[in-house]
Design a binder for this molecule. Structure first.
Ligand SMILES: Nc1ncnc2c1ncn2[C@@H]1O[C@H](COP(=O)(O)OP(=O)(O)O)[C@@H](O)[C@H]1O
Ligand SMILES: [Mg+2]
Length: 363
């Protein structure tokens, strides 16, 4: 087991592409850290640098306190599981699991013992003599994990390992990976582009965009206190409503938008807003914090366009001038599509961002 530390780790490809623009964070011994961001944000590049499969352009990478920038992949004791894991079709599950160890010169008795242990952990014991073609998608994925497991590495790197599975299987494999992590107490970095997968699996999540770390935090803090507009828009489904305008204050706080004023009341966090009076901001409202209410003290008036029932809740697609908004409500009798509705905000849960930099304003 091991702790991994990145200090301003950078990757510039020979063609000038910046894969990672300087990443610093530490993964504690035994931690499961999730790295999440959209396609092309640098996730694979970062993992490949840690594994030693990609040269490091700048900064330092340490494992258990020793700098390993120049250490060969085979000497880093790291196992990586890829999205496109290829099992050898002509080999049995046992042979697939043991093949890497054989290449590394392990004795057959040692290989047999490690393969048996991994097969037990991954519940593949009954399939050891099967060939990959006879396995289900989930079992194949477990064999791919098993090839990393038999090596008993210091660190596991998992690069979108569930992307090729269907939605239902992805869900059960996610639970499987969380269980595996608890059982092995191994240091793991899990990469995904799926924010829901990240939120359910990560104890701590690194959000990456354009090769730059946007925020490192717990799932709850990413949701409740996104550090900037990127994280605010990326985390949460349906996404946070984001409204551009000028922040004003007379009797109460108001966001003056192109489509009219939105009353923000007197939110408890507004002390930090004082210095932002009359400046351009972006207001963030989670769909659950935008609710239908009586016309009397409505924050804004909008058009109800489409209702999307998803079972335990209903998404209301609304329009305020040119601004599309989403509200999420519990199932009940609702106005007809096309109606004009009054909406209220949960003042304690408003988010405010600097329109220029995108940075969060206030706590
Ligand atoms: N071998 C390469 N040569 C040049 N640019 C690359 C190479 N590999 C990746 N990139 C670029 O680096 C960026 C990050 O890519 P990648 O790490 O694969 O992202 P992700 O895994 O998050 O989808 C992208 O802009 C990509 O085009
Ligand atoms: Mg990738």
């Amino acid at each position: 087991m091991a702790a991994v530390r990145l200090d301003q780790l950078r990757k510039t490809y020979p063609n000038g592409n910046v894969g990672v623009a300087g990443a610093s964070f530490e993964i504690a011994d035994g931690e499961l850290l999730v790295l999440v961001g959209p396609s092309g944000c640098g996730k694979t590049t970062l993992l490949r640098m840690i594994a030693g499969l990609e040269t490091i352009s700048g900064g330092t990478l340490s494992i258990d306190g020793s700098v390993v920038n120049e250490v060969a992949p085979k000497d880093r004791d790291i196992a990586m599981v890829f999205q496109n894991y290829a099992l050898y079709p002509h080999m049995t599950v046992a042979e697939n699991l043991g093949f890497g160890l054989k290449l590394r010169g392990h004795k057959q008795a040692d290989i047999d013992q490690r393969v048996a242990a991994a097969a037990k952990t991954l519940e593949l014991e009954a399939r050891l003599t099967s060939r990959p073609a006879a396995l289900s998608g989930g079992q194949r994925q477990r064999v791919a994990l098993g090839r990393a497991l038999v090596r008993d590495p210091k660190v596991f790197l998992l690069d979108e390992p569930l992307s090729n599975l269907d939605a239902k299987l992805r869900l059960s494999m996610r639970v499987e990976i969380a269980r595996l992590h608890r059982q092995l107490k191994a240091t793991m970095i899990y990469v995904t582009h799926d924010q829901i997968e990240a939120m359910t699996l990560g104890q701590r999540i690194v959000v990456l965009d354009g090769g730059v770390i946007q925020q490192i935090d717990t799932p709850m803090n990413l949701y409740e206190k996104p550090a900037n507009l990127f994280v605010a828009g990326f985390v949460g489904s349906p996404a946070m409503n984001l409204l551009h305008g000028t922040l004003r204050h007379d009797r109460g706080w108001v966001l003056a938008t192109a489509h009219g004023d939105i009353a923000l009341g007197q939110p408890p966090q507004s002390a930090a807003w004082e210095s932002w009076r009359d400046r351009e901001v972006v207001l963030g409202i989670r769909p659950e914090d935008l609710q239908l209410q009586d016309a009397g003290d409505a924050a804004l008036i909008a058009q109800l366009e489409v209702l999307e029932p998803v079972g335990n809740e209903i998404f209301l697609n609304l329009r305020h001038g040119a601004q599309a908004l989403v509200s999420r409500v519990s199932p009940r009798a609702l106005p007809e599509p096309g109606s004009t509705v009054s909406l209220g905000l949960v003042a304690q849960r408003l988010h405010l961002f600097d329109a220029a930099s995108g940075a969060r304003i206030g706590a």
